[in-house]
Design a protein around this ligand. Structure first.
Ligand SMILES: [Fe+2]
Length: 241
């Protein structure tokens, strides 16, 4: 079940351009988040791995803290970001958080929720660790939008997905020079990106963060193409209650 046209129109009224905040978190802030991530790893039920074999060296971990750790992370997060997304304090917001420790790039997707009644709002990412430190890595926000959560491995061949994506553009081709900054320029990668255009390539820098509408389709840059080996970030989503 997808969100109704009326609800999507309502959600759109809250939309804005991505908000880039540079030097926003101090190293003490980041250390605090990393500490909470490490604490959350001690709780088996908070953690899931992307690949089936948990023992593999290449595994990614998603940790969704609960209880006390969750409350602490959300308290700090909302204290910092609410002035940017709830300036007059008029909106009743709910946050959800997840730590993502990745050794492989995330594909093209949205985090727009599965609840057909949910008023999706903003989301953001807070880079915590990048290895090697000098490597560049990105979360690339695309111009296209989708109002329910989904992944889009090859949208040009997926007619069903095409119905739910706004601003798809199969006449647009990302220029070679631009493409190579973020992805390995292969036939497969080109095919995966076909139909999409770049809205904001957020380069991960410690202390920086970005806030964007949850309907924005986004993906990671290729680790192989940019020399990244590992990244840890705190991802948050919000809804209006
Ligand atoms: Fe995401």
């Amino acid at each position: 079940m997808h969100k109704s046209k009326e609800l999507v129109e309502r959600i759109k009224k809250y939309e804005s351009k991505p908000i880039l905040l540079e030097n926003f978190f101090s190293s003490e802030d980041l250390d605090e988040f990393i500490f909470w991530f490490q604490e959350s790893l001690k709780h088996k039920n908070f953690n899931t791995t992307r690949m089936e074999d948990a023992s593999t060296q290449d595994n990614d971990t998603t940790s969704i803290p609960e209880g006390d750790i969750k409350n602490k992370v959300i308290a700090k997060l909302s204290e910092k970001v609410s002035p940017w997304i709830n300036k007059d304090g008029q909106r009743n917001l709910e946050f959800e958080i997840a730590f993502h420790a990745n050794k492989k790039a995330y594909g093209i997707h949205t985090d727009s929720g599965y609840d057909p009644e949910e008023i999706i709002y903003k989301q953001g990412i807070i880079p915590l660790v990048i290895k090697p430190e000098a490597a560049t890595t990105h979360t690339v926000l695309l111009d296209q939008k989708c109002y329910h959560s989904s992944s889009f491995p090859c949208v040009s061949e997926d007619e069903q997905a095409q119905q739910y994506i706004e601003h798809l553009n199969f006449s647009n081709v990302i220029a070679d020079e631009e493409f190579k900054k973020y992805w390995h320029d292969s036939e497969l990668r080109r095919k995966q990106m076909f139909g999409f255009s770049i809205c904001h390539p957020f380069e991960w820098k410690l202390g920086n963060t970005i806030i964007w509408d949850r309907a924005h389709i986004h993906c990671s840059s290729d680790f192989q193409a940019t020399g990244a080996q590992y990244k840890l970030g705190l991802m948050w989503i919000s809804r209006i209650l």
